[in-house]
Design a binder for this molecule. Structure first.
Ligand SMILES: Cc1cc2nc3c(=O)[nH]c(=O)nc-3n(C[C@H](O)[C@H](O)[C@H](O)COP(=O)(O)OP(=O)(O)OC[C@H]3O[C@@H](n4cnc5c(N)ncnc54)[C@H](O)[C@@H]3O)c2cc1C
Ligand code: SF4
Length: 516
């Protein structure tokens, strides 16, 4: 008999969500997390510590295709990347599940339709207490329930931006937000609406992250166990190579092996691929579940750009991530291909610029960092990054991870930024000033900004071109599943976490049926 019914590796958007979903079943669930609980300390909310001193970034070293070492902007804690995320919890558009033609190539179809994932999106929105307003965004997919919480209000400068966008004929909408803010009863609200949210951990546990709303509620069930500082180094199989029989875990410098009837990987796209690749064996010489040679390939991380515009009036906004615009998601009047999504990013501050790259001060030397920050309105532009087989994670004999990546769909990315640039004058901003911010990508090597990493183990119907079947079970193994962003066949142009959460719930239902 196995030690556990289900062993889940990783506690982020995929693993944490799955654990909570399985917990009430009474099944014996073990969560293995390489990181620790994120310490609750004042530094959680200090831009200097978080952005300049990289206090919470893993010390991992990865390599680019030239063999140059870099430190990926990755976080190993209970809750995974969601501890730091901006909690913008979007559904993919219904069209993202079909094949979409882009300027840079084709975004392939998913093996399931939007309609199949829809009930799980609704459940995920409820589990993660998403705030939003249906009916404002013309590209919004159909939904079977309203958002569980009302949209987070815009502060005055962002409301003005919304009004100006509408007056210019656009369709701004309230961004779907995972912050536990109760605006009708602020004295009892868990969230205090602060300026240190996007990219910071939440000191008061008010962010809808996978620790607070996944792992902690799961652990209220006695059948769920969590091992922290438990680094999974390898998966062993039976001699035929058809089942995972052992999960090798390093804790306190000691290796031990645990077993589960079912093993689910949710380590994030790069590390899930790495774990499969380092688990090569006689029966799986190219890496576990990698007969198709697809493990590690089709890595995507969004063609994202963080930019700041300078408002003519000061922008005293505290929580800025409340507005978004999808008018250019599928095309624009002068471009027949998708451009992407425009949303706000956390309000910039002078200490953040010191951790980033204050290019804007070079361009506008008369502006001090403080003055730039006071007038900054910060946007996050995302264009769909297309899956390419040569964009891939590989691992050498010493376990060294190399990330090969060439930008895709760059014309669409350029045009999206140009679109925003052309609108600035009408939006009360300095016309010629749209500067790059390097939020989440403070490194000379763009692949280090792996916040939105996805792909590497895509699911599909054909074992020759996919790693996982439609249930996200490895084609080649009967008890190995993946439930994180690795499974994405394409990434769309909206933030990935809610889709990972919804799919983890879908995989969870398959597991419950299997283990019944
Ligand atoms: C700064 C920042 C802002 C973001 N903002 C947004 C946003 O606003 N909206 C959005 O949708 N998305 C956002 N994202 C992205 C989002 O957080 C991720 O898409 C999501 O968390 C991915 O989920 P996952 O389960 O694939 O991986 P993760 O959440 O990263 O979880 C992986 C977990 O596996 C653990 N792990 C890895 N390897 C091992 C191993 N070998 N053994 C044991 N444990 C292991 C890791 O420590 C981690 O806890 C943001 C990310 C960052 C970093
Ligand atoms: S805005 Fe709310 S959820 Fe975000 S860090 Fe501040 S208190 Fe936490």
């Amino acid at each position: 008999m196995s030690d556990y019914d289900v062993v889940i590796v990783g506690t982020g958007a995929g693993g944490g969500t799955l654990a909570r979903h399985l917990a009430p079943s009474g099944k014996r669930v073990l969560l293995l997390e390489r990181g620790d609980w994120l310490p609750r300390e004042k530094q959680n909310w200090q831009a200097q510590d978080v952005f300049a001193a990289n206090r919470y970034i893993s010390p991992d070293t990865w390599y680019d295709e030239q063999g140059k070492a870099f430190q990926p902007q990755i976080h190993y804690f209970v809750g995974g990347a969601t501890k730091f995320y901006g909690a913008a919890l979007y559904r993919l558009r219904a069209e993202d599940f079909g094949e979409l033609r882009h300027h840079g190539g084709v975004s392939p179809a998913w093996p399931i339709s939007y309609d199949e994932l829809e009930p799980y999106y609704t459940k995920a929105e409820q589990m993660y207490e998403v705030h939003g307003a249906r009916g404002e965004d013309p590209t919004e997919p159909p939904s079977s329930a309203p958002y569980p919480f009302p949209a987070v209000s815009h502060e005055p400068r962002i409301q003005q931006l919304s009004d100006d966008l509408e007056a210019a004929g656009y369709h701004p909408f309230h961004a779907p937000c995972g912050i536990r803010l109760n605006e009708s009863d602020l004295p009892h609200s868990t969230c205090i609406r602060c300026e240190t949210c996007d990219g910071f951990p939440c000191l008061v546990h008010a962010k809808s992250d996978a620790e607070v709303l996944g792992v902690r509620p799961a652990l209220e069930h006695p059948n769920v166990e969590l091992w922290t500082n438990a680094y999974v180094t390898r998966l062993d199989t039976n001699p035929a190579g058809t089942s995972v029989t052992g999960v090798v875990v390093e804790r306190d410098g000691e290796a031990e092996t645990v077993s589960g009837d079912v093993v689910v990987l949710a380590c994030g796209a790069a590390n899930t691929a790495k774990l499969l690749l380092v688990s090569a064996s006689e029966m799986h010489p190219n890496g576990l579940a990698n007969g198709s040679d697809q493990v590690g390939r089709n890595y995507m991380f969004h063609d994202s750009t963080a930019v700041l515009a300078l408002s003519r009036d000061e922008n005293p906004t505290v929580f800025q991530k409340t507005l978004a615009l999808n008018d250019f998601y599928f095309s624009s009047d002068d471009f027949e291909y998708p451009l992407g999504n425009i949303q706000m990013v956390g309000k910039s501050s002078a200490p953040m610029f010191r951790g980033e790259k204050p290019g804007e001060t070079k361009l506008a030397p008369e502006w001090t960092l403080e003055k730039v920050a006071r007038h900054a309105i910060d946007f996050w532009l995302s264009t769909e990054d297309l899956p390419a087989p040569e964009n891939r994670v590989t691992v050498d004999g010493d376990g060294r991870l190399t990330m090969r990546y060439t930008e895709t769909n760059s014309e669409a990315k350029r045009r999206l930024a140009a679109r925003l640039h052309s609108m600035l004058g009408k939006l009360g901003m300095q016309e010629d000033h749209l500067f790059h911010r390097f939020a989440y990508m403070k490194n000379d090597i763009p692949v280090a900004g792996c916040a939105h990493q996805a792909g590497t183990c895509r699911f599909g119907t054909d074992p020759a071109t996919s790693v996982l079947d439609v249930d996200c079970k490895a084609h080649e193994l009967d008890n190995l599943y993946v439930a994180d962003t690795s499974v994405f066949p394409s990434i769309g142009a909206v933030n990935p976490a809610l889709t990972a959460m919804a799919n983890a719930l879908r995989v969870g239902d398959r597991l419950l049926a299997r283990l019944a």
